[in-house]
Design a protein around this ligand. Sequence first.
Ligand code: NAD
Length: 420
Amino acid sequence: MTSNSGSINPFETAQRQVDIVAKVLNLDAGTTSILKHPKRELTVNFPVRMDDGTYRVYTGYRVQYNMARGPCKGGIRYHPQVSLDEVRALAAWMTWKCAVVNLPYGGAKGGVICDPKHMSKGELERLTRRFASEISPIIGPEMDVPAPDVYTDSQTMAWIMDTYSMERGYSVPGVVTGKPLSIGGSEGRGEATGRGVMYVVREAAKDLHLDVKKATVAIQGFGNAGSVAGNLIQKELGSKIIALSDSRGGIHNPAGLDIAAVEAHKQKTGSVVNFPGSNPVGNEEILTLDCDILVPAALENQITRDNAKGVKAKIVAEAANGPTTPEADDILFANKVTVLPDILANAGGVTVSYFEWVQDLQGYFWEVHDVNTRLEKVMSASYRAVADLAQKHGVHNRTAAYVLAIGRVTEAMRVRGIYP
Ligand code: NAD
């Protein structure tokens, strides 16, 4: 899924967000300027041998935004619309996301301009290995640790880990996260994002005195993040999932949907639509259904100034990145809707990535129960910190999350001082 949204330059958006927070935190112009610029950017143009024997030159980027709090962390995406400004913005957001959940990491992002849907597995492997080799001077367990993102997966990470390891002559599992279990991946990584969403929903419901066992839930997007969140909200919180959707459309049943049965239906037919006993519902309509908890888990810019007034949920938990526009944020805040912002709500994924890296460095691997218990602690504590800050400053949770994150990065920069 791309985060390109029309003509809006995502990096300008990211820089504007820093300006807003700098005012709240009363930061000086110099500090604000550092926070608005990526520390290091690498652009590489590199050849890949295609299946027909010809060579093509691809362009890729790795941007390390800020490493005041530790090694950089962030995914690598393969997409035709990757641009340097998009990668810069995503690297900034990774910096704030890691800081919100208090991981000892800075933020980074990478991307290659390519069309993976029209490339063979062999071409993708050669592209990945050459890109890994090109960026290898600036990645590594102590420097910058990539992970999967749009159109990259655990196989991509395995190729990067192998390439980096071959160049050094020994295995370096901690160079990437999101790896297969057989080469140092972590238990619980696959469901970490959705599980994290469930934990913050549970904590927010407590604050609102909302009985989760009686709560109704609508979920837009039934991929990795949305389906795991839905499953766990139903199983572990006891809430009723009344609506779900994917790119082909949605389904609604006020009496509740059995997620496991919907998953089986999707496996068989390729979509949730036409699930027996449900009524069809549109992907826009799902956002304004009568429900207590809404989980946008698909695309960016879904809740906008045009439909925000119609949102009836008491909690909006952003499993997706950027599903709510700034204008919609203000409307939801005025209507007393509790928004759990993306950099908090979907940080479960990067948190378990951090656990994976810790396990790789120790060479000692945890059971899934340990992973989930630690994830629960991180998500609950982070929710508490954000909610308390929102209360203190009288701002919405998104601003509070940014204030918390940027405040932590600023503090690390302050105690370290400016070199030389
Ligand atoms: P995914 O590709 O597994 O799932 C996306 C789902 O959205 C699919 O079910 C797809 O059919 C559906 N979809 C596509 N277009 C839609 C539309 N117009 N309306 C409704 N549904 C639509 O992706 P994912 O990994 O679940 O990621 C979803 C969101 O969560 C993205 O914004 C991603 O950045 C964010 N996120 C994911 C993770 C993770 O670990 N998977 C971590 C952090 C953030």
